[in-house]
Design a protein around this ligand. Structure first.
Ligand SMILES: O=P(O)(O)OC[C@H]1O[C@H](OP(=O)(O)OP(=O)(O)O)[C@H](O)[C@@H]1O
Ligand SMILES: Nc1ncnc2[nH]cnc12
Length: 180
């Protein structure tokens, strides 16, 4: 990704202080989504990572991760699998509870959506504490698939998510397009 594209993406992420609770600096990606040049550049960059790391499927993390991962899957010619918040998937699921920067949650995946031999690229907008990604990587492994990588638009470096994720990544790459 060129420095110009990085600048474009950074310029389209809005900082909202004290949202959704005091002390949190929320990274709002809606201006980026509304800009077709920026959204296309982001989709191309993430799809390129899928190809580079030999992914066979793309997993998006609810909800903002869906918005990024779905066009990436189409662009890369791969299937899209949702990791959803608990209670939203109708089939047989695997579940994992985790803690957020501002609350707790539980994520689920349809166990049948991944096969042994699949290499999964996991996509989300923001890496904060790493709890969501950690839980999701665990689900993918429990479903029998391999993690090709974790690709994030923006890593909040000061929250230490990368260090927390090291065991869960187990050598798979963590690719952050932007780090603040
Ligand atoms: O690294 P973590 O501390 O786990 O935080 C990162 C997660 O938090 C946000 O999702 P959120 O749960 O707020 O849901 P949303 O995408 O539905 O807005 C973001 O989209 C990541 O998935
Ligand atoms: N500061 C933040 N901005 C946007 N999404 C987040 N998810 C967790 N922390 C976040």
């Amino acid at each position: 990704m060129t420095a110009n594209v990085r600048e474009l993406l950074l310029s389209r992420i809005r900082d909202v202080s004290d949202y959704p609770k005091p002390g949190v600096m929320f990274k709002d990606i809606t201006p980026l989504l509304a800009d077709p040049a920026a959204f296309t550049a982001l989709t191309d960059a993430l799809a390129g990572l899928c190809v580079e790391h030999g992914a066979t499927k793309v997993v998006g993390l609810e909800a903002r991760g869906f918005i990024l991962a779905a066009p990436v899957a189409v662009r890369a010619g791969l299937g899209f699998i949702p990791v959803r918040k608990a209670g939203k998937l109708p089939g047989a699921t695997l579940s994992q509870a985790y803690e957020l920067e501002y609350g707790t949650a539980e994520v689920e995946i349809h166990a049948e959506d991944l096969d042994r031999g699949d290499r999964v690229m996991v996509i989300d907008d923001v890496l904060a504490t790493g709890g969501t990604a950690e839980a999701s990587l665990g689900l993918i492994r429990r479903a029998g698939a391999e993690v090709a990588g974790l690709a994030i638009l923006m890593e909040l470096g000061f929250l230490g998510g990368r260090a927390r994720l090291e065991p869960a990544l187990d050598g798979a790459p963590l690719e952050a397009l932007l780090t603040v």
